[in-house]
Design a binder for this molecule. Sequence first.
Ligand code: FDA
Length: 393
Amino acid sequence: MQQWDVIVVGAGAAGLMCAIEAGKRGRRVLVLDNGKRVGRKILMSGGGRCNFTNMYAGPENFLSQNKHFCKSALSRYTQWDFIALVQKHSIAYHEKSLGQLFCDDSAKDIVDMLLKEAKDANVQLALQQNITAVSFADGQYTVSTPELSQQCQSLVIASGGLSLPNLGATAFGFQLAEQFGLKVLPLRAALVPLTWQPADKAVFEEISGVSLPVTAEANGTVFPEDMLFTHRGLSGPAILQISSYWQPGEDVTVNMSPQTDITEFLAAQQQAHPEQELKTALAKLLPKRLVEKLIDIKAVNNQPLKTLHSKSMRQIADTLHSYVFKPNGTEGYRTAEVTIGGVDTDGLSSKTMEAKHQPGLYFIGEVVDVTGWLGGYNFQWAWASGWVAGQYC
Ligand code: FDA
């Protein structure tokens, strides 16, 4: 039986940050992970360049049943703290857009930085570990693998969500929470493409690859970003963002021309080019293949501009400013970036991330019911929640 002060389950963003902080406090820390490498999601994130934080991250960028829960951690370890760490390691980075910070070279720079910090803090790592049981007695947790049992005072669960099962995602953290009497809120894939109904697939798969700036709305939440038609459905940042707010059976309403009022645009085009066809005019605003498809399915009727009355201009504008899609689902955990739901924050201290009724048990990162928008927010939650737990565990 090996004895530790802290065992962290999960060598991802949250687990490594927590282990580093606890190690710096002189705690003897072991990190257990089921994979062959640490930080596998970090390595593949942001197209291999890791969108490691967002300059504008704040509590309003997160979904949770208790929207106040994330405030404490986010305010005590901010994006600027993480940026300072990145700068300390001389990692080159840039803002892509909307405050999203990416490595110039490779996401591996972030993993290497965390490994260097972990080494300096005397953190021990054990990879390819298959945890078979966890028990608690006399103030100590026993974590068993087929080879060994290890004991610790503080057990930190940083095993992430369910997305990308082929990358090692498991339900371990949720099951462990339930074992110790914590509630787990319903889980679903988020930041994920939406899939077509069969009838829409037949219509729209022909224009897969078409992308345009839109606003996408579901349940009263609106995101302005790009939308992409794919063979399977709708994707692109606007759709990934809205997928976190969309519920099965609901509509997604897309404004295909958020910058230009289509009624005014058509009136001006009619004056300037009365003989021109509607499809030629609309193709100045929207991708040509999309316009042709909309005419094909009679969402709008092609005709010379001079024959358009103001009422029909308004009808065309209404159609394009609020086009309704009814997805039949999402691509699920196979492609989702995150899992919504998870360990109910009611059972956790927002100051320490420790379970309120189970001393020494901590939950951090994506396993907790706090989910960020697309754009570096999920890593910021992982860093912040990991950092605060690392001060106490
Ligand atoms: P994370 O999933 O990173 O780590 C959990 C670790 O626990 C893993 O190493 C896993 O193998 C291990 N584990 C699981 N079960 C175990 C068990 N039973 N025993 C032992 N170990 C176990 N976010 C962002 O802010 N910017 C971005 O650019 C991206 N990009 C991105 C791309 C893709 C493709 C995905 C899938 C996700 C993103 N994300 C993102 C989201 C981000 O990766 C995610 O929110 C964080 O990695 C969550 O960090 P955690 O440490 O909580 O879990």
